[in-house]
Design a protein around this ligand. Structure first.
Ligand SMILES: Nc1ncnc2c1ncn2[C@@H]1O[C@H](COP(=O)(O)OP(=O)(O)OP(=O)(O)O)[C@@H](O)[C@H]1O
Length: 725
């Protein structure tokens, strides 16, 4: 029976219990249907705070910037360098002790072999201007204008403090790292001698899970003191930075497990890197892609690695390249760009055949505006640091989310399927004589027909619309339309074969970072219309506008948690943030429990649209406590779907009318046992066609791009793309 469900209804569907057939509470506000055409845009929740503002503390977002073309700036940097010469030389000395990264490390068998190779570098690129100093890497400029560092040791503030404390205790973190990693390196090297790729698969029994902080404590008791002592005073982001800082100084698979964004089983693999292909986006960020590519190329060549360079020539080119590239003989594909470039690359990689996807190793050199993924993965935005990681060759596969846009066409297909089922039902019961003498049979026919009819009611279709047919049905007990087995396979199968429902299914979009629906994507759309304002201002203005507008969207959201339990929510939501990484803008702990390889995606739903409540989230997002607010729902899920509905007065009226008709039809079917199929025919056609109009299509934001639309289903594909850590 239909019933009106007040907001905040949470229906947990466990077994084959009947789903609450709910009609949403009437509302008066009108949902804006987004008609903006998908276009490149840069919004995520972080934009509300100003995406371009960098965090003061932290190693990688140093506020100091160096304009390479500015002589004065160069001179001042030069004088700073001189004054820090002792520190630098010590740092370099330590750095040179790191087996895989030192230019001078002639003891490393891998490097020795590599260095003896003739430097036959393949260069396939547009003319390149060497902007950076031509000296050795230690003379590379420290920090680019966007806060991206070309050197590894550009730490300031907290991380400097951390490093200092570690340095004091261990004569520099690098030296302690060297000690910790030597046995592993040896074993890997010996394994490498017989094969170019050595695999170290960690299993729970082999590696004791260690939380980052505790692992640090074990490795450096005195350093641990400083971590523990400072712990209370530090914000989450500072702590995370600190953990990552320590993590990135470790070079073994054990350290991957202590990375805050990874969990077991991590399938850590170390590869020997001899050939690297660099794909660089010359347009990303402040157009520093080429400059960074030159530095990286130089670094790799110094380390005896063969480099091949490919620039992206147009939007979407990175996807084409990563989909079609012959990776035979390529050990690592290095992407130079921002999150947008990585998004394209991931989409290309995911469309490769499984075997070549498995062999594809991706590294990301930050050259964009946000670079949130590299920050999460590497702990800092340092080119030299990422280059070191590439040379080191430690890789881990990360989860990728697959977003399937259901769209109205899919809903229409579903409607057609239901109509087909109805017709089949009709055929099946055509022989039933609906007169008084066969009352019991007709009652049975009526009962079954009504049952089928009820399945086609709006709420039943909502389930279908949001869950894309059989993605969720059956196993979780969602009340569903009669299947072919319910109705008689013999009739249905042949008819279904003739009816191809997948004709209009669009290609899935793969998401490696984050997805936004509701407020987040609306801000992006609004900001797109304000291009004349300039990049920094338009996002803040658009965010404020949307905050004040305070809109909520009536939607059905279903999710399946780690245990396979499916929950359906039908409510008004302001926004949904979906994160594969923990952070958003630097310092924000958007999804505190997110791991890159746990097979789960973190779903954050905000129900309130009040400006105060939204601002409250912003104040709490830096330590992750926003997830505890009563109007915030935070779930880690395997998959979920979002189906928004238009809410207008007309629709409410229609729904009320429909409810009456449904009741009348059921009554007629029950009491009079007349021809219920005739009643059904009329009713079904009306309801189904109206349903198509009710489902809303809104643009969503995937990895910072306004790409795709509702309704959609998002499913996590565990450990899909191997990345350098
Ligand atoms: N040759 C090219 N000309 C124009 N656009 C390009 C070219 N190559 C790539 N692009 C596009 O540039 C866009 C922006 O790149 P990217 O996302 O890497 O930088 P960003 O937006 O500055 O960084 P972030 O996403 O981290 O904020 C991408 O959507 C990509 O498709």
């Amino acid at each position: 029976m239909s019933e009106v469900v007040s907001p905040s209804i949470e229906t947990t569907i466990v077994s084959s219990t009947t789903t609450t057939n709910s009609t949403t509470t009437p509302t008066t506000s009108t949902t804006t249907t987004s008609t903006a055409s998908p276009s490149t845009s840069r919004f995520s929740f972080k934009n509300i705070f100003g995406k371009h503002s960098k965090k003061e503390s932290g190693s990688d977002s140093s506020q100091s910037s160096l304009n390479l073309k500015d002589k004065e700036s160069k001179e001042s940097k030069e004088s700073k360098r001189k004054s820090k010469s002792y520190k630098r030389s010590q740092s370099l000395e330590n750095f040179s002790k790191t087996p895989s990264t030192s230019e001078n490390n002639i003891q490393s068998p891998d490097n020795a072999a590599a260095n003896t190779q003739p430097q036959t570098t393949t260069i396939d690129t547009v003319p390149i201007t060497m902007i950076a100093p031509t000296g050795s890497l230690p003379n590379m400029p420290e920090v680019l204008s966007n806060g991206i560092s070309l050197e590894g040791n550009n730490n300031n503030n907290n991380n400097n403090n951390n490093n200092n404390s570690n340095s004091n205790n261990n004569e520099g973190s690098s030296s302690s790292t060297t000690a910790a990693t030597t046995p592993l390196t040896e074993s890997v090297s010996s394994a490498s001698s017989s094969s170019s790729t050595s695999t170290i698969t960690t299993t729970p029994s082999e590696v004791t899970p260690q939380h980052s902080t505790s692992s640090l404590m074990k490795q450096s008791p005195q350093g641990a003191d400083s971590v523990t002592t400072n712990n209370n005073r530090r914000s989450w982001s500072e702590q995370l930075d600190s953990d990552k800082e320590n993590f990135v100084n470790d070079l073994n698979e054990q350290s991957v497990l202590s990375h805050p964004s990874f969990c077991e089983p991590s399938r850590v693999k170390r590869i020997k890197v001899a050939n690297v292909t660099i794909i660089f986006n010359p347009m990303s960020g402040s157009k520093i892609g080429e400059k960074i590519m030159v530095e990286a190329k130089k670094y790799f060549e110094v380390h005896g690695i063969k480099v091949h360079v490919i620039p992206t020539e147009y939007k979407g080119h990175a996807e084409v390249l990563c989909r079609t590239l012959d990776i035979e003989g390529i050990d690592v594909v290095c992407l130079v760009g921002g999150d947008g470039t990585i998004h394209e690359a991931v989409n290309g990689i995911m469309k490769r055949d499984p075997e070549s996807r498995e062999r594809f190793v991706m590294a990301c050199l930050p050259a964009g505006t946000g670079n949130s993924f590299v920050l999460e993965l590497q702990g800092k935005l340092s080119i030299k640091h990422v280059c070191e990681r590439v040379v080191n060759g430690l890789t881990v596969p990360i989860d990728i989310a697959k977003v399937t846009i259901v769209g109205k066409s899919k809903i229409s297909a579903e409607c057609s399927r239901r109509k087909l089922e109805y017709n089949t039902l009709k055929k099946k019961f055509a022989h039933v004589n609906l007169d008084a003498s066969t009352l019991s049979s007709s009652q049975e026919a009526g009962r079954r027909s009504i049952q089928a009819y009820r399945q086609i009611r709006p709420d039943a279709l909502m389930e279908y619309g949001s869950t894309l047919g059989n993605q969720f049905n059956g196993s979780n007990g969602i009340d569903r339309a009669p299947s072919s087995s319910d109705l008689g396979n013999d009739i249905i199968d042949s008819e279904q074969q003739a009816h191809n429902f997948d004709d209009n299914t669009p290609e899935p979009i793969y998401c490696f970072n984050s997805l936004h629906w509701g407020l987040g994507s609306k801000v992006n759309i609004t900001a797109e219309k304000m291009r004349w304002m300039g990049k920094a201002v338009r996002y803040t203005t658009a965010a404020l506008l949307e905050l004040c507008r305070g809109e909520r969207i009536l939607a059905r959201i279903e999710y399946e948690d780690a245990n396979g339990e499916v929950t359906a929510l039908e409510d008004e939501f302001c926004l949904a943030i979906v994160n594969n990484i923990q952070g958003a803008a630097k310092g924000m702990k958007m999804a505190p429990k997110a791991k890159l390889n746990d097979g789960l995606i973190d779903l954050i739903l905000v129900k309130s649209h009040k400006t105060f409540d939204l601002m409250n989230i912003f104040t709490k997002v830096y330590d992750g406590t926003h997830t505890e607010l009563d109007y915030v729902i935070y779930k880690q899920v395997k998959r979920f779907s979002i189906t928004p509905f238009k809410k207008d007065k007309e629709r409410k009226k229609r729904l009320r009318k429909e409810k009456k008709r449904i009741k009348a039809a059921i009554k007629a079917g029950r009491e009079h046992a007349k021809n219920p199929l005739e009643i059904l025919k009329t009713e079904c056609n009306t309801i189904l066609s109206e349903l198509e109009d009710q489902i809303d299509e809104e643009i969503i934001d995937i990895d910072g791009e306004l790409k795709g639309q509702t309704p959609f289903v998002c499913e996590m594909i565990p450990r899909s793309v191997r990345v350098v850590v």
